[in-house]
Design a binder for this molecule. Sequence first.
Ligand code: CTP
Length: 404
Amino acid sequence: MALIALGVSGGIGAYKAVEVARGLQKRGHDVAAVLTSNACRFVGPLTFEAITRRPVITDQFAPGLNADIEHIALASSAAVLVVAPATANVIGKFANGIADDFLSSLYLATRAPVLLAPSMNTNMLEHGAVQANLAVLATRGVRFVEPGEGFLACGWQGKGRLAEPDAIVDAVERLLQPDRSWQGRAIVVTAGPTYEDLDPVRFIGNRSSGRMGFAIAAEAARRGASVTLIAGPTSLEPPVVGDLVRVRTAADMHAAVMARSREADVVIMAAAVADYAPARREAHKVEKQQAPLTVTLERTPDILAELGAERAARGGALPLLVGFAAETRDLLERAKAKRARKRVDLIVANDVSQPGAGFEVDTNIVTIVGPDGEEAQPKQAKAEVARVLLDRIDRMLAGLTRQP
Ligand code: CTP
């Protein structure tokens, strides 16, 4: 039994929050309801008060509230903060650290796990601003209960309907029993692009955003693994992990990975490492000239192939090695060939020319190629791809032991 802070913001799904409160109580939890002022326009605080048998918090500055220790203590006493429905407004406030009412202040003040059940009109949900805010919150460890599809109150049909109360209650229960199944495992994950400098202002880079590697690192940390995240230059905020190493070039990444992989149980190379780098970095900015400019590029070390060769030379089974293959044609043949050539266990292949896959999007469409065949996955959130991949790795690790 735990104390759950239930935030309710002003969406038409607010009435379903009553069912969430009841569902949590049925599982033996105490519920402290926090309604935003807009939520109070959709559903009465009295309803929550009657159901939760606790005072309902509706105002940060109500007279008498500051003397109420229970309210003040909610940030530290709540085991989970769940917000259902979470409107675009509340999501925006949480993502940007705006604390202008009790709920948004509670979000900043609490160290409890946070679960949001977004609900809004489809176009709002798909808007770049909302998607960016959701992505920021995900990298900070906030969990989500995905909205469902169907008829929306605004008359539209599409994604954005508040998840069913039972699904929200189940998700709260899962947060209360955190998964520690990877405790004791050391994982190295690389993410993002590398930048290869031509001169002090120019570089050769690629479109990798780091999202896929960040999602894997976040999921491994959630399962209790000790995570080293080696990230190339990206503007996304990385998840909270045990050890974050920032690198710029393929050479930096090579050094960082080789130094940290010896003791690792798993190395996942999700980074888009440059295969070539300028043979020399000019000390001063290169000036334009009439003649064409020729730049000589040299091969960078193939980190994954080196890890595969080292492991084969040792004759060990660990670290388990996972590579990514971003392809635009002959996906499976190329991924299988890459797996054999680099001597790794799994290759996560994706056709980056398909919409909803590859760079700069929150979803991916992957096929996991392993020793016992391939597993094609549907288009899904990168967080979900991370879960599927870690489950697959988990099954492989179960059969392996570390060589002395
Ligand atoms: N990789 C690496 N070091 C490099 C280049 C790539 O470790 N210098 C890793 C990537 O992180 C990824 C995998 O290798 O996990 C696949 O990289 P990719 O560049 O697609 O493979 P290549 O063998 O270079 O194949 P291609 O000929 O298609 O470029």
